[in-house]
Design a protein around this ligand. Structure first.
Ligand code: PMP
Length: 304
């Protein structure tokens, strides 16, 4: 399959795909004490380049902090490992998955002296929600599962365990015939998708929920905000969006490393706007792919 690439970097070494194994008594397996990233490398006009790698690295190290986890490799080591993986696998465009997790020690909840294991894998990954979704938009359902609050689990960290929340929401959405879920927070306001931030367009202005209550500080979210402002839009990035506002929005779209900029054409079977990609979404999506394809904004790219 696609993920069966030749080499995975693990704990400082390049190992064959089938040798990248962990012990069943791994702390992170039992308690979800891992932190990870999802990054993309693109085949830009300036060659293969990782999009906003430095910010993904920042978030990886920051995610580790609440868990007292010291990642035993520095930024340069992780960067070099990733660049070499991309070169070895000859994948100008790929998805990159760095992960750090507590390995085996004692299985007490406190990871104590458990070693911190680190791995990086790369594999080809096209449009997460499908090529068609980028053009036509996706059908979304408000999940019966709520996004957990930042008072329960740090939501500015990308921690493996809490992703069961996203898994439940995704399973439910798919079971009910939708492409993707949309989660409300504990207060019942709009939070985010299982792996995407949400944007709403109303009367020519752009709204996205703030980060304090429950949302990940998405790097694509930051990119969208930057591009939208450059295009002259007013962006309200601390918005409180009620469920009802979803159905009456002019446009809705998701942002995320995997989902990129994906229009939402319906929520709970209610057509959003004209029921296809809206004009503002189109403009922002175009600006996004223009950046990705040209690779011109040097500050956003780490060239392979
Ligand atoms: N929210 C959640 C819960 C996510 O998993 C992701 C994907 N990392 C995002 C938002 C979007 O973040 P980014 O744009 O950094 O990929």
């Amino acid at each position: 399959d696609d993920m069966d690439v030749g080499t995975i970097w693990m704990d400082g070494e390049f190992v064959d795909w089938e040798d990248a194994q962990v012990h069943v008594l791994t702390h992170g397996l039992h308690y979800g004490t891992g932190v990870f990233e999802g990054v993309r490398s693109y085949d830009t006009d300036n060659g293969a380049a990782i999009f906003r790698w430095e910010e993904h690295l920042d978030r990886l190290y920051q995610s580790a902090k609440p868990y007292g986890m010291e990642i035993p490799f520095d930024r340069e080591e992780l960067t070099e490992a990733t660049l070499e993986l991309i070169e070895r696998e000859e994948l100008p465009s790929c998805y990159i998955r760095p992960i750090a997790f507590y390995g085996y020690d004692m299985l007490g909840l406190n990871p104590g002296d458990a070693p911190v294991k680190v791995a990086i894998a790369v594999w080809p990954w096209g449009a997460y929600l499908g090529e068609e979704a980028l053009e036509e938009g996706v059908d979304v359902a408000v999940s019966s599962w709520r996004k957990y609050a930042s008072s329960q689990i740090p939501t500015n960290a990308k921690t493996t365990g809490p992703y069961v929340n996203s898994v439940l929401a995704s399973l439910e959405a798919e079971e009910n015939g939708y492409t993707e879920a949309l989660l409300l927070n504990k207060e019942g306001q709009v939070a985010e998708g299982p792996g995407e931030n949400l944007f709403l367009v109303r009367d020519g202005e752009i709204y996205t929920p703030g980060l304090a209550e429950s949302n990940l500080d998405g790097i694509t979210r930051r990119t969208v905000i930057d591009l939208a402002e450059e295009l002259g839009y007013t962006v309200h990035d601390e918005a409180t969006i009620s469920r009802g506002e979803l159905y009456t929005a002019d446009e809705l779209f998701f942002s995320g490393t995997a989902a990129e900029v994906t229009p939402i054409r319906s929520v709970d079977d209610t057509e959003i706007g004209s029921g296809t990609k809206g004009p503002v979404t189109d403009e922002i999506q175009e600006a996004f792919f223009e950046v990705i394809e040209s690779g011109d904004r040097e500050e956003w790219f780490t060239y392979v």
